[in-house]
Write a protein that binds this ligand. Structure first.
Ligand SMILES: Cc1cc2nc3c(=O)[nH]c(=O)nc-3n(C[C@H](O)[C@H](O)[C@H](O)COP(=O)(O)OP(=O)(O)OC[C@H]3O[C@@H](n4cnc5c(N)ncnc54)[C@H](O)[C@@H]3O)c2cc1C
Length: 361
């Protein structure tokens, strides 16, 4: 007989951990399926902005332990510096007030593998790593979940499924395959270098380059003794490695930076659901949160909204289990402020150039 869990959450990132935390706060232990071995790396600049810090205090009882941060620990928003060929340097806005409330301008620099693992350990979830959500079917009032572990396929039963499995969500694809057909992928490539000379860039800053290399976004900032370089663009022929080379040449020729050994590289695909307001929050006994739902705030900042939507999804399920009401109705009626803020951020974003904004295709 299949093993039964009241709630199965696909994905052990911030959205999945926050969802599990809301459930365990109500005495329900969810199962988190995480595809990767833990702790896992995530392609990300790894900066906790002001709203994220507030949500961590609200839902997780405080900020993460010292072991999670890298140096410089604090990046003040005034030290996030944009640069364009035409205008030179300016202070780059990466977080705006939400519903009239402003947040701390001291942002925290973290390692995502350590931060996400800390969140997951705080969540109260039962965690199965190296276990991929692979599909689901509905059987009366239960969901049957297909799980892949290495070469083995198993099935679990649950009452609720949460898709917190990131931008390329399999839960979203299984729930409504039409989303996949109208997505534009924003592909991102990140490289960590040892740096011999920072050239024109001052310690503690985060530099953003706009429209410098075609329609590409590009940024650099320090994490301990490493410099992280990011380039991203809507999917194009030839991939991003050529753009990264152009970016490295720009840093060396124009800004006198000397890079040495490449320590690590990673890539990911985001998508443009947030730019088009084309969200997928699920339906019935399937809810989606975080990037899987299509949620980002300003300029691709997404940890805050992943935690907030994940916690609200878990809280709605807990109330549905106890009160025999619809989890989806509760969840969808309580996220208008999130949708509104995603829309406001999309209208003010300056990082991502490419397919036009507008309503769902
Ligand atoms: C280059 C870059 C820089 C960024 N910088 C920042 C930043 O500085 N600050 C910020 O706030 N945001 C930043 N973001 C955005 C942020 O990384 C995401 O919005 C955030 O991680 C979303 O959280 P999530 O839990 O929804 O998804 P994820 O963090 O992607 O977690 C999803 C999890 O699901 C797992 N998974 C996927 N498929 C399956 C499956 N089939 N079965 C089981 N598990 C599965 C994945 O392995 C992963 O662990 C950045 C994004 C990029 C690309």
């Amino acid at each position: 007989m299949e093993k039964y869990y009241p709630v199965v959450i696909a994905g052990g990132g911030p959205a999945g951990s926050a969802c599990a935390k809301a459930l365990s706060d109500q005495g329900i232990n969810a199962l988190v399926l995480e595809r990767q071995p833990l702790p896992r790396h995530k392609c990300c600049s790894g900066v906790l902005m002001g709203q994220t810090q507030e949500l961590l205090k609200k839902y997780f009882g405080g900020l993460p332990p010292e072991s999670v941060y890298c140096k410089p620990k604090i990046i003040n928003s005034k030290n996030i510096i944009g640069w364009t060929e035409k205008d030179g340097y300016f202070v780059y806005e990466w977080e705006i007030p939400k519903d009239g409330k402003a947040f701390s301008s001291d942002f925290l620099n973290i390692w995502r593998n350590k931060f996400d693992h800390w969140l997951l350990t705080q969540s109260g979830a039962i965690v199965k790593e190296r276990s991929s959500f692979a599909g689901f079917s509905i059987d009366d009032d239960k969901l049957k979940i297909d799980v892949k572990q290495g070469g083995t396929k198993t099935q679990l039963e649950c009452s609720y499924l949460v898709g917190a499995d990131g931008g390329d969500s399999l839960v979203r694809n299984a729930f409504d395959p039409s989303f996949k057909e109208r997505l534009n992928d924003l592909v991102v490539y990140q490289v960590y270098y040892k740096c011999l000379d920072s050239g024109e860039f001052k310690e503690g800053s985060w530099n953003i380059f706009l429209g410098v290399i075609g329609d590409c976004l590009a940024s650099i900032h320090k994490k301990d003794d490493l410099l992280t370089l990011v380039v991203g663009a809507f999917r194009m022929k030839g991939g991003l490695k050529g753009l990264m080379k152009d970016f490295e040449d720009l840093l060396s020729d124009r800004f006198k930076m000397k890079l040495s050994d490449k320590v690590r590289s990673e890539g990911t695909a985001m998508n443009d659901m947030f730019l088009r307001g084309d969200f997928c929050f699920g339906g019935g006994r399937v809810l989606l949160a975080g990037e899987a739902a299509g949620l980002f705030y300003l300029n691709g900042e997404g940890i805050s909204v992943a935690i907030d939507s994940g916690y609200r999804a878990g809280s709605a399920i807990a109330r549905a289990i106890k009160g025999k009401v619809s989890a989806y109705d509760l969840y969808s009626s309580e996220i208008d402020d999130i949708k509104r803020h995603v829309g406001l951020c999309a209208s003010r974003q300056t990082l991502i150039m490419g397919p036009p904004q507008g309503g769902p295709a």
